[in-house]
Ligand binder design. Structure first.
Ligand code: C2E
Ligand code: CA
Ligand code: CA
Length: 544
């Protein structure tokens, strides 16, 4: 039976778990309503705590505005601008709410619970509608939008609308409160209208969350997990506001805590680049990448490659991993192109090669089962580096690693960039005893005449042909053609991205030599790879 290894959960998903934990905590917190000493304590200190929590959430709302605004000025992105505008309104209305709270000095007119609740409700609706619009609209930059009203309109309209709502609310609540329906009664507590209004806010949050969750799996513009957590927390906070009977009880205090925490998460979503448009994130990653290696934020992962005929560990691909303390896990598919453009790739490539050779040499010395070839990916910049061959020779010598343990992978496009010199480099590397793979085969534009001259050992069949192998007969035909051609040219084939038993079965019948993919194992840490190789050292029946 093939064994599947999963890596530790990525902290990319962490914020969502944080959100879910907050909800669990909210329900536990709710239980404190029934504990009298806590309830008494809340009654005695509610004004202080209300003030502290409101000041915190007002500060977070202002911070959301300020950060959204500055992001917009650098990279005009419509949705972030809307979010910023909505939150300046939220901050202003929450100031009015705090000043109107019973027990505070009179804010223009005498304070009472109803006055505070009116400001509260408008602020919450503004946040909820703002967030719903933000998640619902697509995320183009302002430059990509039709310029019907000119760029300034994107800025002036939402801000004017929000400020108009704030002024109108202030005017009516302060000078014409008689127009407004009752939301609170000192004897009976909240009116039905207030409770229904809170459920309206919860519904808006849940709607926004549902839209967001649909987009999460294939969202490419930004990482929306932090935003999802913030929405969850806001919904929980509102739930607590449907249940209080006195303005000073525990449910109310808890609700305020969750509201402040939700706004903090929203700020973090902006601050960590989760909600930022690609150009901003690129700049941010570029900066962060400069110190990633010194700060030991990168490490290597090893993905097993299995022999199809004997089910034995046949090799492994070395893949770089980057975990930033604030930005979370960032995939190589995202940061390698940035490193290439910003000139950081030579340093990163050198780090990968050196650490890979050191680790493999250690395994070889320890006599660990991985008596197999480890292949390292080379980017275009690395491959064109004139001293590449010499550097690899030096590393092998320094770490006393026999060359047949090391393989190199280059994509078709890298090989074709300057095909004549590539052929020369590849030949020299092979003469040193290093094996070579052409990566992502079938997606680039290698000509067959060059393929013959590259004289690589292995063709790696790209995942895109493997994905629908069991469904699309055309993919099957392509894989069959690649395998036949590779064998005729004396090359091995490795199918990438094998995830299912059905794909494996077909690859076997098509005569593919080796497979790599989540079906057997995800990329593993050093210790996990050691364990995996120990359990896969003997041949085993490989069956679907
Ligand atoms: P690649 O060379 O094609 O590497 C294979 C990618 O497919 C890896 O993604 C791997 O985690 C993923 N993968 C493996 N099995 C499966 C599967 O069953 N299903 C799916 N959906 N994916 C699978 P990863 O690690 O995110 O790397 C992405 C790309 O970044 C690599 O593509 C490679 O081009 C580049 N890269 C990674 N590490 C390095 C490095 O150290 N140096 C250079 N120059 N490039 C690297
Ligand atoms: Ca590769
Ligand atoms: Ca590949």
């Amino acid at each position: 039976m093939p064994r599947t290894y999963f890596p530790r959960p990525s902290n990319y998903h962490f914020p969502l778990w944080l959100g879910i934990s907050f909800i669990a905590a909210a329900f536990i917190g709710l239980a404190t309503i029934f504990i009298e000493p806590i309830e008494d304590w809340a009654h005695r200190h509610y004004l202080t705590w209300h003030l502290i929590l409101e000041i915190a959430s007002i500060a977070f709302a202002f911070a959301v505005f300020a950060l959204g605004w500055s992001t917009y000025r650098k990279h005009p992105q419509r949705n972030i601008l809307y979010l910023a505008c909505a939150f300046i309104g939220v901050a202003l209305l929450d100031i009015a709410h705090t000043l109107s709270f019973e027990g505070m000095p009179a804010f223009v007119t005498p304070n009472n619970p109803e006055k505070a609740i009116y400001f509260w409700l408008v602020a919450r609706y503004m946040a909820a509608v703002g967030l719903l619009i933000v998640v619902w609209l697509p995320w183009p930059s302002v430059n990509e939008l039709p310029q019907r009203h000119g760029r300034i309109a994107h800025l002036v309209w939402p801000l004017s609308l929000v400020l108009a709502i704030v002024l109108l609310t202030l005017g009516v609540v302060l000078y014409a409160p008689a127009w407004l329906p009752q939301v609170f009664n000192t004897e009976t507590g909240l009116s039905d209208l207030k409770i229904v209004s809170e459920y309206g806010i919860i519904t808006l949050h849940i709607l926004a969350l549902a839209i967001l969750l649909r987009r999460l799996p294939n969202n490419s513009e930004c990482n929306l997990y932090l935003l999802a957590s913030a929405l969850l927390l806001m919904a929980v906070s509102e739930l607590l506001f449907t249940s209080y009977t006195a303005i000073s009880d525990t449910a109310m205090l808890l609700g305020h805590i969750y509201k402040a925490a939700a706004y903090l998460l929203l700020y973090m979503a902006l601050d960590t680049g989760h909600l930022q448009p690609p150009p901003f994130r690129i700049q941010q990653l570029e900066k962060a990448l400069e110190i990633a290696i010194q700060n030991q934020q990168v490490h290597l992962a090893f993905q097993p490659v299995m022999g199809l005929s004997n089910g034995r560990l046949a090799g492994a691909e070395v893949l770089i991993r980057w975990t930033h303390p604030k930005l979370g896990t960032i995939g190589p598919a995202e940061f390698i192109p940035i490193a290439e453009k910003s000139g950081l790739m030579p340093e990163i490539g050198e780090w990968v090669l050196k650490n890979a050779v050191a680790q493999i040499a250690l395994w070889v010395r320890q006599g660990l089962p991985p008596n197999v070839c480890f292949s390292v990916n080379l980017s275009l910049v690395q491959f064109r580096y004139p001293l590449l061959v010499e550097r690899i020779r030096q590393l092998l010598e320094t770490y006393q690693l026999p060359p047949h343990f090391l393989g190199l992978e280059i994509t078709e496009s890298v090989a074709m960039h300057n095909a004549e010199s590539a052929i020369q480099t590849l030949r020299t590397l092979r003469e040193q005893g290093i094996s070579l793979s052409i990566d992502d085969f079938g997606t680039g534009h290698a000509s067959l005449s060059h393929l013959k001259l590259f004289d690589a050992n292995t063709l790696k069949i790209d995942q895109s042909f493997v994905r629908d192998l069991a469904l699309d007969p055309r993919d099957r035909a392509i894989v069959q053609a690649i395998v036949t051609m590779a064998h005729a040219l004396g090359m091995r084939t490795i199918a990438e991205g094998v995830e299912t038993a059905a794909q494996l079965e077909i690859l076997k019948t098509l005569g593919c030599d080796q497979v790599q993919g989540y079906y057997f194992s995800r990329p593993l840490s050093t210790e996990e790879f050691e364990a995996f190789s120990l359990s896969h050292r003997r041949p085993q029946a490989i069956s679907a």
